[in-house]
Design a binder for this molecule. Structure first.
Ligand code: HEM
Length: 500
């Protein structure tokens, strides 16, 4: 008995020793190679930037990053490596230096920050890797085909109309537009992704909305506050319980809708034409045996998550910019009158939007200055040669659209001012295409890009057509926090005065 126990113990011990040696050898190699890349001088030798970040809020971290990125570029660097405890983050700082990683077909594995949402979203399109990702991307891409987008535009109109009605009831009083915009975007994505309406604009305390709100809050708290990474604190604080509760509500809701939809389809009731939604298209693949039950559930949850918080951030910042730039607001309103006409209830179509070149410039400039997804990342599976630099295997490459969009060398000294003229045809053609990547680029770019652009434009059109926006808070005083999406730290406090 005793020798057997000793043998088992020895094997376990040798295995852990072996893993530890591998871990530290890899860490040493990665750190040595990473330290050859340009760095800033204020890092702690062991903890890197962790002590600096610990003192900042999410807006402070972004401001710190932007300042350092501009300084490094002034010193002639186009890549920056920063250490955070045992992790190495590599940030390409220019369109040219970010191109290789974005175009890579092999380095598409997501890095930090996704583990926590995996239990909710499963390994759907956002998180999956390798063959699974390729298969899903191929399967889902056609669901964003132009002819389906036409149908989605009707959905955008329906919910934007309700949005206008809800905001009209505030009678021009000051309000924070963020929760209103979120609720509208949530109704849109519920409808588009599942063909179900939660009608949260009229029902703000719907359990699904509350659960999504709490889930996003928990996610940000977990990422920013290290104490939650220690299981005893996580459980003791009540966070684990709240998380499980949210997860249960979210999964129960989507599973119920999927089951109802399947039952209807089994009875021969299939939606076609104008009513097509994402779930129905997925269920066609389910019927063909190309995706299973769990696959359908994880993709619906992925689209619910990716499809509303991002657009809400974009539209929120759009209203912020418009409220502070009366000339832009007037020019936009004139374009709406010219292209769509004076009828406040006229449905906005893709044909209208194609003609609205100024709206296009305005939204592009909003997504530049306030990239709704400020940064995403990849964990390198192999050493990666990027121009003259060697990025070591195991490092995290941070793709930060916001750092590129606020590069003074590209956008000028007035990089922080809001100027839609930057996107006039003539000025746009002079820039590197990767200097402006709010939807990322390359094989793992945003699959919902056109959906999001159309949705944001339809919402903004309905709003500007109905209201004259203004704000008492100065434009620059609203700091942007870099969380899963770019958050206005002061909300969007505005007045919406009915035009008619
Ligand atoms: C203004 C709104 C949006 C912005 C700025 C945005 C931005 C992005 C970015 C930067 C990525 C790349 C993530 C990465 O590389 O890790 C991404 C991925 C993704 N986005 Fe969006 N997004 C928006 C709206 C949407 C919408 C409305 C949907 C769905 C209807 C959507 C679905 C997705 C999905 C599923 C992915 C993962 C794609 C993949 O990995 O293959 N996004 N988005």
């Amino acid at each position: 008995m005793f020798p057997l126990f000793t043998a088992i113990f020895s094997i376990i011990f040798i295995y852990f020793l072996y893993r530890t040696v591998i871990f530290f050898t890899d860490l040493y190699r990665r750190k040595t190679l990473a330290n050859k890349l340009p760095r800033t001088s204020d890092e702690h030798p062991i903890w890197g930037v962790a002590p600096i970040w610990a003192k900042l809020d999410t807006a402070g971290i972004l401001e710190w990053e932007l300042k350092n990125a501009n300084e490094l570029r002034d010193q002639g660097h186009d890549v920056w490596c920063l250490n955070f405890a045992h992790e190495n983050f590599i940030l390409p700082l220019t369109g040219e230096s970010i191109k290789p990683i974005l175009e890579s077909k092999n380095e598409i594995t997501k890095g930090l920050g996704y583990d926590y949402i995996t239990e909710w979203l499963g390994t759907g399109l956002l998180i999956s890797k390798g063959e699974k990702w390729q298969q899903r991307r191929k399967l889902i891409t056609p669901t964003f085909h132009f002819r389906h987008l036409e149908n989605y535009v009707k959905t955008f109109n329906n919910h934007s109309k309700i949005f206008v009605e809800v905001v009209s009831e505030l009678n021009g009083e000051e309000f924070d537009a963020v929760p209103y915009i979120k609720r509208c975007a949530l109704d849109v994505i519920c409808d588009a992704a599942m063909g179900a309406t939660a009608d949260v604009q009229h029902n703000p305390s719907h359990p699904y909305v509350m659960a999504i709100r709490d889930m996003l809050w928990i996610n940000t708290e977990y990422m920013l506050k290290w104490q939650y990474w220690f299981p005893p604190y996580y459980y003791w604080s009540g966070m684990a319980k709240l998380y499980k509760n949210c997860l249960n509500i979210l999964h129960t809701f989507t599973k119920k809708i999927i089951a109802e939809r399947k039952a209807k389809r089994a009875n021969g009731e299939k939606t076609r034409g104008t009513e097509t939604n994402f779930l129905d298209m997925l269920l066609e693949h389910y019927d063909a045996g190309e995706i299973d039950d769990e696959g359908v559930r994880e993709e619906v949850d992925t689209f619910m998550f990716e499809g509303h918080d991002t657009t809400s951030s974009g539209v929120s910042w759009a209203i912020w910019c418009i409220a502070h730039h009366p000339k832009v607001q007037q020019k936009l309103y004139n374009e709406i009158l010219e292209v769509i006409g004076e009828d406040q209830e006229e449905i906005i179509t893709t044909e209208h939007l194609k003609k609205m070149t100024y709206l296009d410039q305005v939204m592009k400039e909003v997504f530049r200055l306030y990239c709704p997804v400020p940064q995403v990342n990849r964990r390198l599976q192999e050493d990666f040669q990027s121009g003259p630099y060697l990025f070591p295997k195991g490092a995290v490459v941070t793709i930060a659209p916001i750092l590129l969009a606020r590069n003074k060398k590209v956008w000028g000294d007035d990089v922080l001012s809001f100027d839609p003229e930057r996107f006039s045809e003539e000025r746009e053609s002079k820039r590197h295409p990767f200097d402006y990547i709010p939807f990322s680029a390359g094989p793992r770019n945003c699959i919902g890009q056109r959906f999001a652009q159309l949705e944001a434009k339809v919402m903004v059109c309905w709003l500007v057509r109905a209201f004259d926006f203004s704000s008492n808070l100065p434009f620059e005083s609203n700091r942007a926090g870099t969380e899963a999406v770019l958050r206005p730290m002061s909300g969007i406090p505005i007045f919406a005065k009915r035009r008619i």
